[in-house]
Design a protein around this ligand. Sequence first.
Ligand code: MG
Ligand code: MG
Length: 274
Amino acid sequence: MSEIVLKTLEEIELMRESALIVSKTLGMLASEIKPGVSTLKLDGLAETFLRDHKAEPGFLGLYDFPNTLCMSPNSQVVHGIPSKEPLKEGDIISIDCGALKNGFYGDHAYTFAVGEIDSTVEKLLKVTKTSLYKGIDKFREGNRIGDMAYAIQHYCEKEGYGVVRELVGHGLGKIMHEGPEVPNYGKRGQGKKFQEGMVLAIEPMINGGTHRIKQLKDGWTILTADGKASAHFEHDVALIDGKPELLSTFQYIYEALGIKSDEEIPFRKEPLII
Ligand code: MG
Ligand code: MG
């Protein structure tokens, strides 16, 4: 991972545009996810949508990844490759999307339910998303990476879930994966101090059972070692005036799905108008 690059307020505003184009893409996909649709079809829709909005797909060709979206259903954790296999009622699908706009990357992810899902899986999604905000809340001047990592790990393990160790969040900027590494497990008071102008992609990857993972022979797809479901939520967040400021938003998704949520309000200086 490359070094940490602190951003100016002007650069952060450009990065907000990069994050929001990903948010809009996920919002567009939210209306298209239903039983019978393939992840490859959704991938094509996302690529067209990004290019129509003067953005480049951020993952396509990055480390030779073959598609626009990472599409990880059910027991897949992250880095799943879109396929012609149709989604089924009761599946979950983690969609991770990157975009390059104005020379800066946006990178965020949401785990969607396909139709009605089992209540145990629904709880996994809820806990994983809540853990993301618990992590974001620690992204404050004076805190360290370990404070954020501990908050995410402690909350998820208390619920009996496994926190993936091998994959981490990261700094974000003109490079998709900048320093620092942002693990979702760790000890309070340890690791690098947060600094004004840092922009992080914070992304808990939480498994319904063991934290252990394996990889498919395709060299990409990561899945849970025990076959249980896994969830992934990711936001892009800047440290401004000592506090976390969300650059990405799930509000386009909520708008599409008819969900009301005030979860982002504590992490935004000004209300978001979508
Ligand atoms: Mg991502
Ligand atoms: Mg990321």
